[in-house]
Design a protein around this ligand. Structure first.
Ligand code: URA
Length: 243
């Protein structure tokens, strides 16, 4: 087929919006043409990249901020405050409860209601003050109506708790109540079957003792004797407090 004359080709290409690059340094020869797409409109700006570190890399402050802005499960919608945890960040004992109730949701601090007062008394009985242990919960937001946290809510919060345990490196975990005991030990046994012996948590094998939840002890004070023997079991591992 006969080649299209260069000026006609140039005209067609120009009509289609195709830019024609011509080599100028070859005088006397038919120009080579190179087709390129016309530059698109202005290049799209790079999407803003939000740099978020994995939870396992966060320090205490970053972790607390991450929890405070968490919207991973439905509990965030109705919370007043997240309840991160409180106490000595070099404590030997970490006490883990279930979830914030109404008082804790208002205060942003775990175990501040009636059950909290009993927990404080239990900690005192173990020989130290509340501020000398670290207290946290399995979930950081209040389940409405004080229902048990759902599996999905526990699952979303578990990375936060795991990071708290990794940062604290406690010598003993006291799991208060069924929800804490079962979720930390991945068990479905009742507290009555889990208490009375020393378990081990995670890869580090942190000694873990299960006891009754203080709210349960308020309803069933006759079980306080067993809770006291749980504390003695824990004390046999190490004394609470830091140092
Ligand atoms: N019950 C819990 O398990 N945790 C709290 O913080 C308060 C009540």
């Amino acid at each position: 087929m006969e080649a299209m004359p260069a000026d006609k080709r140039r005209q067609y290409l120009a009509t289609m919006g195709i830019q024609l690059w011509e080599r100028r340094e070859l005088p006397g020869r038919e120009q080579d043409v190179q087709l390129t797409e016309p530059p698109a409109t202005a290049p799209a700006p790079a999407p803003a990249v939000k740099v978020t570190s994995t939870i396992s890399a966060l320090d205490w402050k970053e972790l607390e901020n991450r929890v405070a802005s968490c919207t991973q499960c439905g509990l965030h919608a109705k919370r007043n405050r997240t309840v991160f945890g409180t106490g000595d960040k070099s404590a030997r004992w970490m006490v883990i409860g279930e979830a914030p109730g109404a008082d804790e949701d208002r205060a942003g601090e775990p175990f501040v209601g009636r059950a909290g007062k009993l927990l404080n008394a239990m900690i005192r009985a173990a020989g130290c003050k509340r501020e000398e242990v670290f207290i946290a919960n399995i979930v950081k937001c209040r389940p409405p109506g004080n229902r048990d946290p759902a599996e999905e809510e526990i699952a979303h919060c578990s990375a936060y708790l795991k990071r708290q345990i990794d940062l604290l490196q406690p010598m003993l975990i006291l799991a208060a109540g069924r929800v804490a005991a079962q979720s930390l030990l991945h068990s479905d046994l009742p507290v009555g079957r889990l208490r009375g012996r020393i378990h081990h948590y995670g890869e580090a094998g942190i000694p873990l003792v299960v006891t009754y939840h203080p709210a349960y002890l308020l309803r069933s004070p006759e079980q306080k004797r067993k809770a006291w023997s749980d504390l003695q079991l824990a004390l046999g591992v190490c004394a609470p407090g830091s140092g």
